[in-house]
Write a protein of this length. Structure first.
Length: 196
């Protein structure tokens, strides 16, 4: 969640649309089941699984055992360093040693339902998507992936669909009119998805 005081609003949203929303931010093994029981379809986890710059497979295994992989989304939000994309944690400030590669994603795929990947370097800028990362994800992932970061037009949605070969979904944030943006109208996105 985005900070203190948001839990009541999150619970209200989950209650209004049970099974229709995912929740992330501060999710741990201690509270994951509670959020699922409150109506979340999935919990989104990063920092609790990635700690001290590494993925903690013991924690990940315990979480999967507690809630089931089908209710878990692993957040692999990343930043580019050199030629590689590294997962970053703690509000995207700390680099881990985990890179976005086919082998690494294959290792994690059996332990979750989906990957969420923010392209942190372009997130919130509304300057266009990171095509290189989208292509890398399309080539590497064997389970559903949602990409977020930089989208500013319906063309970006078309591009993610094309480059991602239909295997990558796109989240549009601040460019969307319902969030105060001017680059993409919500109705256009709905119509695009209904055509697909």
């Amino acid at each position: 969640m985005l900070g203190p005081g948001n839990e009541p609003e999150a619970r209200a949203a989950l209650s209004a649309y049970p099974g229709g929303l995912q929740i992330g931010g501060g999710i741990t093994i201690e509270n994951a089941s509670e959020w699922l029981n409150s109506g979340a379809s999935h919990v989104i986890v990063t920092s609790w699984v990635f700690r001290d710059g590494r993925i903690d497979f013991q924690r990940l295994g315990e979480l999967v055992e507690a809630i089931g992989k089908e209710r878990l989304v692993l957040d692999l939000s990343c930043r580019k360093r050199g030629n590689d994309y590294f997962v970053v944690t703690d509000r995207w400030q700390n680099f881990t040693d985990f890179t976005i590669t086919k082998g690494n994603l294959a290792q994690l795929a059996p332990m979750c339902a989906e990957f969420l990947v923010h392209a942190v370097d372009v997130e919130g800028l509304c300057r266009g998507i990171d095509n290189e990362l989208v292509l890398k994800l399309a080539e590497a992932a064997s389970i559903p992936v949602t990409y977020a970061g930089g989208a500013n037009s319906l063309r970006d949605l078309e591009e993610v669909t094309r480059v991602g070969q239909g295997r990558i979904d796109l989240t549009i944030g601040s460019a969307l009119d319902i969030f105060g943006g001017s680059g993409v109208r919500y109705e256009e996105v709905v119509a695009f998805n209904r055509r697909g």
